[in-house]
Design a protein around this ligand. Structure first.
Ligand code: ATP
Length: 361
């Protein structure tokens, strides 16, 4: 941690090159170390009141990053600080954001998705065993070390942006977090419900990411958090048989494990890493055809134990026109089991792929 007398001293250590990106709180530049000539990414966090630097201070991104040593977590090399700014010298990821790659190149083949999920789940398991929950996993926070030459190339990923990460995840399933944070489209239902929650919120976010890698759009899209929660509760998961036709039954089973509404049933990263889809060891129970599995997932009674506070009856009746209009919320398991893949809702073109529909944090 080097203290600079002012921002001009920076030039003696790093040559600032092109801008790589901008987040809500920091601009990121490609830089070259003046001595070693090695390229890095430099994230500049301005120390003005009300921003993430003030709110989370060095306890967070910087303190946490210095403790990690995993090949799929972004590496922090140096921290410089001037009276105005904080400069994080990070490992450079030339390939940019995974989300940007999908937007340009479309969905990925299953083997590539498996590769990305294996690396991510392994890195997050490592993070959780260090008592840290990421809490802001999204496609923009998975960077590619190099630009892949094709969809089947090696995707060397780095998980980044630990600004919202928190070090108090004693067991990954223990509910210790209270603050409402993250990016809405990736928020686990327990966060949307304003409940105490655990590092299992990272598992849900990885489910949203995996779904996006398969079909290049989000499973649940809404204009505000309350509506998003309603949609998740109503289980209108957008499985399009065409988009999912190439996914193996093991792959779909894995996705279902990640997107379990009920945290009592959602498994921790350490268990997920042993799933047959990732280990490659076949499981006889996972041999059902993909359409049967999709129907079963929609039919699964995986609702919270408590009756939802919002009125779902109107919502369900309004959207599932095949249903008996007399159906009530108490009949919800019955409702779900009558759904088939044709009843699944599809996002409109305007909302599809739009991460900015909702205000962040
Ligand atoms: P957020 O709004 O998500 O909190 P932030 O202010 O914390 O963002 P980052 O997400 O860390 O900022 O970085 C902003 C963008 O800069 C990234 O989305 C990415 O495009 C680019 N970027 C960040 N780190 C690197 C890196 N190590 N290598 C290459 N590009 C990077």
């Amino acid at each position: 941690h080097i203290r600079l007398s002012d921002d001009r001293n920076l030039k003696t250590r790093y040559e600032k090159l092109n801008k790589l990106g901008q987040g809500s709180f920091g601009i990121v530049y490609r830089v070259r170390n003046q001595d070693s000539k090695i390229f890095y990414a430099m994230k500049i966090i301005t120390k003005k009141s009300g921003n993430k630097y003030k709110a989370f201070s060095l306890d967070n991104e910087v303190e946490l990053l210095t403790q990690f040593n995993h090949s799929n977590l972004i590496q922090l090399y140096e921290v410089l600080e001037s009276p105005q700014n904080l400069y994080l010298i990070l490992e450079l990821c030339e390939g940019g954001e995974l989300g940007g790659y999908i937007k340009t190149n479309g969905p990925l083949p299953e083997e590539t998705i498996k590769q990305i999920m294996t690396k991510s789940i392994d890195a997050l398991h490592y993070l959780h065993t260090k008592d840290v929950a990421h809490r802001d996993l999204k496609l923009e926070n998975i960077l590619l070390k190099k630009t892949p030459t094709s969809n089947t190339d090696i995707f060397d990923i780095r998980i980044t942006d630990f600004g919202l990460s928190s070090k108090k995840c004693i067991t990954s399933t223990e509910s210790l977090f209270h603050d409402h944070c993250g990016t809405p489209l990736y928020m686990a239902p327990e966060i949307l419900e304003n409940k105490d929650y655990s590092a299992l919120c990272d598992v849900w976010a990885m489910g949203i990411i995996m779904y996006y890698l398969i079909c290049a759009h989000y499973p649940y899209v809404a204009d505000d958090e309350q509506r998003l929660l309603e949609i998740i509760r109503a289980k209108k998961l957008q499985f399009d048989s065409n988009e999912f036709r190439n996914l193996s039954s093991e792959g779909l089973d894995f996705l279902k494990e990640l997107l379990l509404y009920n945290t009592d049933r959602r498994r921790a990263m350490g268990e997920l890493i042993k799933h047959p889809w990732l280990t490659g060891r076949p499981d006889k129970e996972l041999t059902k055809d993909i359409i049967t599995q999709m129907k079963e997932f929609n039919a699964e009674v995986d609702q919270p134990q408590k009756k939802p506070e919002i009125n779902l009856a109107g919502l369900i009746n309004a959207t599932a026109n095949h249903l008996d209009p007399s159906t009530t919320v108490d009949d919800q398991s019955e409702v779900s089991s009558t759904m088939n893949t044709n009843d699944i809702q599809y996002p409109s073109n305007e909302t599809k792929n739009n991460t900015n529909v909702l205000e962040k944090r």
